[in-house]
Design a protein around this ligand. Structure first.
Ligand SMILES: [Zn+2]
Length: 412
């Protein structure tokens, strides 16, 4: 397994209050591995159950070349795409990525196998211990059973100029969000960034130029990473998403960020195939990864031509049922088109009705995940440990035979 993913063990994910031996965890991982996609399931039967979660998260199902764009794709994204006016790109992507042409190893829009693995594994641990209940450090702070995180990438100047309308809509429903800007793509208005921060929104960085070349070579990436770090410092930004979700976990360690948003649980339509199957944050070396878990707005609104939030909300149901993180990446550039804001507003209205959802900025979600991982259960029993994670609550996971249910103190 890639060392960048070593912190992601089932024990670190579930954080039981009582101590459980590594042997027990490994045995449970081996027993639960059968629900994972075949390539991963087999790797556990070869005796290497310990790293199986990391191997799932690092997209190893998609092969050694997964972070390299194929020749044709790299030409399209690096040469053809930047020369085209913005409005033809969605049309071209439609032609370039006909839906029935896409074959993915993962389900979409819901991929449930990693989720089932995590729950089956914990059920096995409880069986081995002879317990039908187990206390863990809650996955989310306070009385929240799941999390809702809204993010945006700002592609071009029209989107930039539409940010205030999107903010106003979110405020109406009690949400705040992050907007990732392209530092050298268009002129970014400093007054807008100041206003966003004052209104409780978050500013992030979206690549450097949005020209599809960021990952063209290691050298070019390193040069651009230094500039990206400079803009992040200047903007006070701690979060990042790559244009077109181009990504490489190793190279990206050069980014001085707290969290990244360039990965996803499942999305067969992105130029680099993949999917970590995770509906929760995880660690990639120095940063926390917050994978997006809802379909991007471009596909939802323009390709599938959805005019209600229902399809999004089906995925929200799945995530809520499994105590996960709803994370949407939408673009002011697409929301400003006819019908876009109406669908987005209907989604916000529906999310605002959900109880026990932690409405977090991405930097808050990343910070929580990092502090939760750094404070073990024994520490939590001490005043100092308690002070490091004051909003933590202990959840009781109950095994009801066919499924695990969390009792979350403070939840309504
Ligand atoms: Zn973009």
């Amino acid at each position: 397994m890639n060392d960048l993913y070593a912190a992601n063990t089932p024990a670190a994910f579930w954080r039981p209050v009582q101590s459980i031996s590594p042997v027990l965890w490994d045995g449970a991982a081996r027993a639960a591995a059968g629900v994972l996609p075949p390539g991963l399931a087999e790797s556990a039967s070869n005796g290497a159950a310990a790293g199986i979660l990391g191997r799932a998260l690092d997209e190893s199902l998609f092969g050694e070349e997964r972070y390299r764009l194929s020749g044709l794709k790299s030409i399209y994204y690096a040469v053809a795409r930047p020369l085209l006016p913005t409005w033809v790109r969605p049309l071209l992507r439609k032609v370039y990525h006909p839906a029935d042409d896409v074959q993915s190893a993962l389900g979409w829009p819901v991929e449930d196998r990693l989720v089932r693995f995590q729950f089956a594994l914990l059920a096995r641990v409880m069986d081995e211990l002879g317990q039908d209940a187990l206390n863990i450090v809650g996955l989310w702070p306070g009385g929240n059973r799941f999390a809702c995180v809204l993010t945006h990438d700002v592609e071009a100047r029209p989107g930039h100029d539409f940010v205030r309308q999107v903010m106003a809509l979110e405020e109406k429903y009690g949400f705040r969000s992050s907007f990732n800007f392209v530092p050298e793509g268009y002129r970014v208005d400093g007054d807008l960034l100041d206003e966003m921060r004052a209104r409780g929104f978050e500013v992030g960085v979206h690549g450097l130029k949005h020209d599809g070349r960021l990952f063209a070579s290691r050298q070019l990436f390193e040069e651009r990473a230094q500039k990206i770090n400079g803009y992040a410092r200047q903007w006070g930004a701690v979060g990042y998403r790559s244009p077109m979700t181009h990504r490489n976990p190793e190279w990206m360690q050069s980014l001085e960020i707290d969290y990244d948003l360039s990965f996803f649980d499942t999305d067969p339509y992105e130029p680099m195939a993949g999917g970590s199957m995770s509906i929760w944050p995880y660690f990639i070396g120095r940063f926390v990864e917050l994978p997006y878990t809802l379909m991007q707005d471009h596909r939802y609104l323009e390709v599938l031509e959805q005019r209600s939030p229902d399809l999004w909300l089906e995925k929200v149901d799945f995530i809520e049922d499994h105590y996960g993180m709803v994370l949407l990446n939408s673009h002011p550039d697409y929301l400003l088109k006819p019908g876009g804001m109406a669908v987005y507003e209907a989604l916000l209205a529906a999310l605002a009705q959900r109880r026990d959802c932690w409405r977090a900025l991405p930097r808050e979600a990343a910070d929580w995940w990092r502090r939760r991982a750094a404070t073990d259960a024994a520490q939590l029993a001490t005043p100092a440990g308690r002070a490091a994670l004051p909003e933590a609550v202990v959840w009781t996971i109950e095994n009801r035979g066919n499924r695990l249910v969390a009792n979350v103190p403070g939840a309504r």
